[in-house]
Design a binder for this molecule. Structure first.
Ligand code: HEC
Ligand code: HEC
Length: 437
C-alpha cells in the first residue's frame, strides 16, 4: 500500500471518526477478503486504524532494543509531547544505556506534514507568492537526511547509541516474538517475518501511521489555537509577545516560525521547515565535542552525506516547530540551552553582546560561532533580528524577550477551556486541513 496524500487522509479520517470503522470490524476475526490487496473504502479505513494501532505498540515496545529497556517513547516521551522529559542535551542509548548521542531529541508533535527535503522550495502558503524560492526546506531529523517517517525509524532502531539492534535481522527477530506479531501477520501476510526487508518496511509503515494520528501528535489544543478560533483571549503580556514575535523590525520570528492562519484557514505550524545557520554556541556537554576536530555541520554532514562537498550547506539545520516548545528542557540541535528565556534571548543579543553566549579565545577575544570552522561562518544568518553589531541596541528589549516567552507558553497542547467551547473547537475544518497539507 502506497502512502500518498489520499491514504494518509484515510488514516487521519479513521482517527477523526473516532475509530468507529475499527470498532465495526473486530480485530482478529476478519476472514481473507474476496477483493485481495485492494479493498474498498470501508475496510481500508479499518485496516489503516489497525496498522496505526500496531505502530503504537511498536513505538512503546522496549523489547525492540539491545538493552531491552529502551523504546521510541524513552526519548520521545508521550507525557512531554514526544520530547525527552529530562534535561540532557543528548540522550544515552546502546546495550548498556551508556552511549551518548550527538543531537538533542526533537518533539514528534506536528512533524507529520513536514514536506520532503528540497533545495528549492516554492510552495509557501504564508508568503502567498509561489514564485519565491524559499531555499532548502523539509525532510526528517535536524538535517533532513530522510524524507519519510517510515524510513526514519530504521535510524534509532539500528544506531549503536540508540536502540542498538545488532542487525536488521536481529530487529525483525525481536518483532516476530512480540505479542502483536500475530496481528502483524494478519495485516501483512503469514510470511512477513521470513523476509527481513519486507518486515522492515512494514514496521516503518506502522510506526509512520501511528505518528500521524492527530489525537496524539497534532491535537491543536493549545491556548493559541483556541484564540485563533475565537474561543479564548491572550493576556496583555501574551498579546505583546505575539506582536514582538511577528514584528519584522523586532523578533521577525514569524518569518521562519509561521504564526498566523494561512489564507486558506489552516492553523500555523510555527515552522517553515527551512534550513538556516543560526551559529548557536558549541555545546561542551556533548561528549563528541571533546574532539576539537569534530563538528556537527548539519545539512553538509557528517550524519547526512549527500550534500557533503557543498560548503554552502555547512552549519544549516532545519527550523523546528515551536508548538509545545515551552515544555522542552534542551533547545537547538545541540541542546546547548536549557531555558526558553536563553533560547529567545540568544536571538536578541547574539550579535550585540556575543560575550554572553560564546567563550573567549587565548587572545582574549570572543570566539563567535565557535561551533563552526572559520570557512563556514559566512553561512550564518544575518537577517533581522540579527542585523546588529557588538554594542548596538538589541532588536528585542528584555521586556520583549519576556513577552515572547509568555506568548510561546500559549503554544502548549492540552489547554482547558469551558467544555462547551472545547467540543465545538474540534469540529473546525482547519484541524483536518492542517493535518493533511
Ligand atoms: C536514544 C534516543 C532516541 C530514541 C530511542 C529514538 N529517537 Fe527519534 N530522535 C532522536 C534524536 C536525537 C533525533 C534527531 C536526530 C538527528 O537530527 O539526526 C530524533 C529524530 C526523530 C524523528 C525526526 C523528527 C523530525 O521531524 O525531524 C522521528 C520521526 C523520530 N525520531 C522517531 C523515532 C521513532 C519512531 C523511534 C523508535 C523506533 C525513535 N525515534 C527512537 C532520539 C531518539
Ligand atoms: C531565519 C529563520 C529564523 C528566524 C527569523 C527565527 N528562527 Fe527560531 N529557529 C530557526 C532555526 C533554523 C532553528 C534551529 C537551529 C539550530 O538548532 O541550529 C530555530 C530554533 C528555535 C528555537 C529552539 C527550538 C527547539 O526545539 O530547540 C526557538 C525557541 C526559536 N527558534 C525561537 C525563535 C524566536 C523566538 C524567534 C524570533 C525572536 C525566532 N526563533 C526567529 C530559524 C529561525
Amino acid at each position: 500500500m502506497q502512502f500518498g496524500k489520499a491514504s494518509r487522509f484515510a488514516v487521519l479520517a479513521a482517527v477523526l471518526l473516532g475509530c468507529t470503522a475499527a470498532a465495526a470490524e473486530p480485530v482478529g476475526t476478519r476472514q481473507r477478503l474476496p477483493w485481495g490487496d485492494d479493498p474498498p473504502a470501508g475496510p481500508a479505513l479499518a485496516r489503516a486504524a489497525a496498522i496505526s494501532a500496531v505502530g503504537r505498540q511498536l513505538f512503546f515496545d522496549t523489547s525492540l532494543s539491545a538493552s531491552g529497556t529502551m523504546s521510541c517513547a524513552t526519548c520521545h516521551d508521550p507525557s512531554n509531547h514526544f520530547a525527552p522529559s529530562n534535561s540532557l542535551a543528548v540522550q544515552l542509548g546502546g546495550a548498556k544505556r551508556n552511549k551518548p548521542g550527538t543531537r538533542a531529541t526533537p518533539s514528534l508533535t506536528y512533524a507529520a506534514t513536514t514536506p520532503f527535503f528540497t533545495e528549492h522550495y516554492y510552495e509557501s502558503e504564508d508568503e502567498g507568492d509561489e514564485s519565491l524560492d524559499q531555499g532548502p526546506t523539509g525532510g526528517r531529523t535536524w538535517d533532513g537526511r530522510v524524507n519519510r517517517v517510515r524510513d526514519q525509524a530504521a535510524i534509532p532502531l539500528l544506531a549503536p547509541n540508540e536502540m542498538a539492534n545488532e542487525s536488521e535481522a536481529a530487529l525483525v527477530a525481536r518483532v516476530a516474538k512480540a505479542a502483536y506479531a500475530p496481528e502483524m501477520r494478519r495485516l501483512f501476510g503469514d510470511a512477513l517475518f521470513s523476509d527481513v526487508h519486507r518486515a522492515l518496511l512494514r514496521i516503518g509503515e506502522a510506526l509512520e501511521a501511528y505518528q500521524q494520528t492527530p489525537a496524539e501528535f497534532s491535537s491543536y489544543t493549545s491556548k493559541y489555537d483556541f484564540v485563533l478560533r475565537g474561543q479564548a483571549k491572550l493576556t496583555p503580556q501574551e498579546t505583546r509577545g505575539l506582536a514582538a514575535f511577528n514584528d519584522p523590525a523586532r523578533g521577525n520570528c514569524a518569518h521562519c516560525h509561521r504564526s498566523q492562519l494561512s489564507p486558506s484557514g489552516t492553523l500555523p505550524l510555527f515552522t517553515d521547515a527551512g534550513f538556516i545557520a543560526l551559529g548557536v554556541p558549541r555545546n561542551r556537554d556533548i561528549p563528541a565535542n571533546a574532539d576539537p576536530r569534530y563538528y556537527d555541520l548539519g545539512a553538509c554532514g557528517p550524519q547526512r552525506r549527500d550534500l557533503a562537498g557543498r560548503p554552502e550547506f555547512c552549519g544549516l539545520f532545519k527550523a523546528p516547530s515551536l508548538r509545545n516548545v515551552a515544555t522542552r528542557r534542551s533547545f537547538y540541535h545541540n541542546g546547548v540551552f536549557h531555558s526558553l528565556e536563553d533560547a529567545v534571548a540568544f536571538y536578541a543579543t547574539r550579535d550585540t553582546n556575543p560575550e554572553r553566549w560564546y567563550p573567549k579565545g587565548p587572545d582574549g577575544k570572543v570566539r563567535k560561532f565557535d561551533d563552526l570552522p572559520d570557512e563556514y561562518q559566512r553561512n550564518v544568518d544575518f537577517e533581522p533580528p540579527f542585523n546588529r553589531r557588538a554594542g548596538d541596541t538589541p532588536a528585542l528589549s528584555p521586556q520583549d524577550v519576556a513577552d515572547i516567552v509568555a506568548f510561546l507558553q500559549t503554544l502548549t497542547d492540552g489547554y482547558q477551556v469551558g467544555s462547551q467551547l472545547a467540543t465545538t473547537g474540534t469540529k473546525l475544518p482547519a484541524v483536518s486541513d492542517a493535518a493533511v497539507r
